[in-house]
Design a binder for this molecule. Structure first.
Ligand code: ZN
Ligand code: ZN
Length: 317
């Protein structure tokens, strides 16, 4: 099979011919129809997540078809042991021995992929392969982040990329009010956010017209954490949705006082996946997508890195 392979961090992916993968016990073989590109893929390729399997096929938003014609989605959480204290308490996202797709396990920047069948998700009918791909991480992790804001009415989204543009739609559907923060001066990004239901959009250095009840930080920029705290109402929470972030600068305790909180979101559970994919058609979530051929995976990664992507970026083998 043809695949785009990371041989060492900080090097471009290389297009290679690999032996077709053989499914092991409990695994399915999938013909990859589409694979979303996630910022996490950049953190792996750039060596910021430092323990990938090498060589590695990146990609953890895989839509594929089994030999018997079932269409399945493969998310980031690729395998759990089912028996550690986290798995046993409904928190398999924190499993001590979890293996992650496109990091510990080969992912979907390829023509074929194998996946643990228990980790796979049913793709809702009505979504094309390409449309469904970004739901599998951008959508799922965004949804888990949104849930961890509780019943917050006024939500700030920092970084209006793949995840935020999906989750803005879900938040509006739930009757929440959305405030979008982009890089300062990104007028196109701000207009895009308003099209998707944000009632206000501005730069991350601006104050929204009123206090917010929660903020989700999608951009991998630690300085946004105190910036977000500074616009929260009492009792508000900042949820950090990414797997990697630059250091958070020190800030006065006053920003955290009055029961404000900062927390992270790690990975997903299969229950998150099932819940979100059942909800998506009812919103209905429509991801804005730019596709790239599999062989142009390096260009697709650069598109995500640049922040120029409008919505989601998806590879098609
Ligand atoms: Zn476990
Ligand atoms: Zn991801």
């Amino acid at each position: 099979m043809r695949a785009m392979v990371l041989e060492a961090p900080r090097q471009p992916l290389r297009e290679v011919e690999l032996p077709d993968p053989e499914p092991g016990p409990g695994q399915v073989l999938l013909t990859v129809k589409a694979c979303g590109v996630c910022r996490t893929d950049l953190h792996v390729a750039d060596g910021e997540l430092s323990k990938p399997k090498l060589p590695l096929v990146l990609g953890h938003q895989i839509v594929g078809v089994t030999r018997d014609g079932r269409r399945l989605g493969v998310p980031w959480l690729g395998w759990t042991d089912g028996e550690c204290r986290y798995c046993q308490s409904g928190r398999e996202n924190l499993c001590d021995r979890a293996r992650f797709t496109g990091y510990d396990l080969d992912g979907g920047y390829a023509e074929l992929a194998v996946a643990d069948e228990r980790s796979c998700l049913q793709i809702p009918d009505g979504y094309s392969d390409v449309e469904a791909a970004p739901l599998l991480c951008a959508g799922l992790i965004g949804y888990r982040s949104l849930r961890l804001t509780g019943d917050a009415e006024r939500i700030g989204l920092y970084g209006f990329g793949s995840s935020a543009h999906i989750i803005a739609q879900v938040a509006r559907h739930q009757g929440r009010r959305v405030f979008a923060f982009t890089r300062p001066g990104d007028a196109d990004g701000q207009a895009f956010a308003r099209e998707l239901g944000a009632e206000w959009a501005g730069g991350s250095d601006e104050r929204p017209p009123e206090e917010l009840d929660a903020a989700i930080v999608f951009a991998p920029v630690g300085a946004l954490v105190p910036a977000a705290l500074a616009v929260l109402a009492k009792g508000g929470v900042v949820v950090c949705a990414g797997i990697h972030m630059s250091d958070i600068p020190s800030f006065p305790y006053e920003l955290l006082w009055n029961e404000r909180a900062v927390r992270s979101v790690a990975n997903l559970t299969r229950a998150d996946g099932e819940e979100f994919l059942a909800l998506a058609p009812h919103v209905p979530v429509h991801a804005e997508i730019e596709t790239f051929p599999l062989g142009d995976a390096n260009d697709a990664l650069e598109q995500v890195r640049s922040g120029r992507a409008r919505g989601s970026t998806v590879l098609v083998p």
